[in-house]
Design a protein around this ligand. Structure first.
Ligand SMILES: Nc1ncnc2c1ncn2[C@@H]1O[C@H](COP(=O)(O)OP(=O)(O)O)[C@@H](O)[C@H]1O
Ligand SMILES: Cc1ncc(COP(=O)(O)OP(=O)(O)O)c(N)n1
Length: 265
C-alpha cells in the first residue's frame, strides 16, 4: 500500500488540518501517517486556542516515521513558527523527500493567524524551496509576493514570483475568486488552468487542506503532477458539493470512502 505523511496542525472539529488530511488519504486508498505541529481548539465558528508543539518533538515525529517507513509523498500544512519551519525544512532535505506538497497555510477562514506573521521569511527561505508543489490561495499569494492577486492574470504573475523562490511547481488556488473556481499551475515554463464549477455553499471549512492532501495522495499513488492535480480537483469539487452543516458556522467537506483492492499491496 502507498503511504503518505501529513505534517500539520490538529483541528478539534475535524474539518481541516491533520484530520482532513487523514480522511482524504483514507478515502483515496492511501495509508496515512501524521506529524503534529500544533494543536488547535477549533470549531465551525472559529479558532479558540493554539498550542504549538516544540520543534524538537516535530523533528522526533519525523525521524520516527522516516527512519522506519518508506514515505511516498508528504503534505505540509500549518507550520506555525520559525523554529518548526526550520526543523521541517531540514528533515525534508535530509530524508531526500522529493514529493512534498506545501500548503502555505497562514490565516484560517475565521481570521485566526495559523502562521505567526514574523515566520513568512522562514517559509520562503527554508520550506518553499523544498516543495515539489506549493499551493497558496489568493491571500497567501499576495502575502508571499507583496502584490495584489485578484484576477487570473495576477495569479499567473504571482505564480512566477513564487516559482522563483525555488519550488518545482506552483498552484495558485482560485477558491476565493468571483465566478469559476479556477486554479493555475506553473512549472517554470507554462501555465495549466484547472477550472472547477463554483459550488454555492457556506460549508468550505478545510478545502485547502483537502485539496493539498488529495494531490499528495495521488502523487503517492504514482500519478504525475498534472494527473494528481486533475484528480485532486475532481475530489475537492465533489467534497464541497456534498459538504454539510455540523455546527453553527462553516461546515466541513465530505470525504467519499472508496475501496480500491488494487491499491492494497
Ligand atoms: N465554492 C467552491 N466551489 C468549488 N471549488 C471551490 C470552492 N471553494 C474553493 N474551491 C476549490 O477548493 C480548492 C481549495 O481552494 P481554496 O478554498 O482557495 O483554499 P484555502 O482553503 O487554502 O483558502 C481549490 O481547488 C479551489 O478552487
Ligand atoms: C489546524 C488547521 N490547519 C489548517 C487550517 C486551514 O484550513 P483551510 O483548508 O486552509 O481553510 P479553513 O479551515 O480556514 O476554512 C485550519 N483551519 N486549521
Amino acid at each position: 500500500m502507498k503511504k503518505a505523511l501529513t505534517i500539520a496542525g490538529s483541528d478539534s472539529c475535524g474539518g481541516a488540518g491533520i484530520q482532513a488530511d487523514l480522511k482524504t488519504f483514507s478515502a483515496l486508498g492511501v495509508y496515512g501517517m501524521s506529524v503534529i505541529t500544533a494543536i488547535t481548539a477549533q470549531n465551525t465558528q472559529g479558532v479558540i486556542g493554539v498550542e504549538e508543539i516544540s520543534p524538537e518533538m516535530v523533528g522526533m515525529q519525523m525521524d520516527a516515521v522516516f527512519q522506519d517507513i518508506p514515505v511516498d509523498a508528504v503534505k505540509v500544512g500549518m507550520v506555525s513558527n520559525i523554529e518548526i519551519i526550520e526543523m521541517i525544512g531540514e528533515k525534508l532535505k535530509s530524508y531526500h523527500m522529493e514529493k512534498a506538497v506545501v500548503d502555505t497555510v497562514m490565516v484560517s477562514k475565521s481570521g485566526c493567524h495559523l502562521l505567526r506573521p514574523e515566520s513568512k521569511e522562514a517559509l520562503i527561505q527554508k520550506l518553499i524551496p523544498q516543495a515539489y508543489v506549493v499551493t497558496p490561495n489568493l491571500h497567501e499569494a499576495e502575502v508571499l509576493t507583496g502584490r495584489t492577486v485578484k484576477t487570473l492574470e495576477e495569479m499567473q504573475e504571482a505564480a512566477k514570483v513564487i516559482y522563483a523562490m525555488g519550488p518545482k511547481h506552483v498552484i495558485v488556488k482560485g477558491g476565493h475568486l468571483e465566478g469559476k473556481a479556477t486554479d493555475v499551475l506553473y512549472d517554470g515554463q507554462g501555465f495549466i488552468y484547472f477550472e472547477g464549477e463554483r459550488v454555492d455553499t457556506k460549508n468550505t471549512h478545510g478545502t485547502g487542506c483537502t485539496f493539498a492532501s488529495a494531490i499528495a495522495a495521488h502523487l503517492a499513488l504514482g500519478c504525475n503532477l498534472v494527473e494528481a492535480v486533475e484528480k485532486a480537483k475532481s475530489y475537492i469539487t465533489m467534497a464541497i458539493a456534498h459538504s454539510f452543516s455540523i455546527g453553527k458556522g462553516v461546515g466541513p467537506t465530505h470525504h467519499f470512502y472508496q475501496f480500491y483492492p488494487e491499491r492494497s499491496i
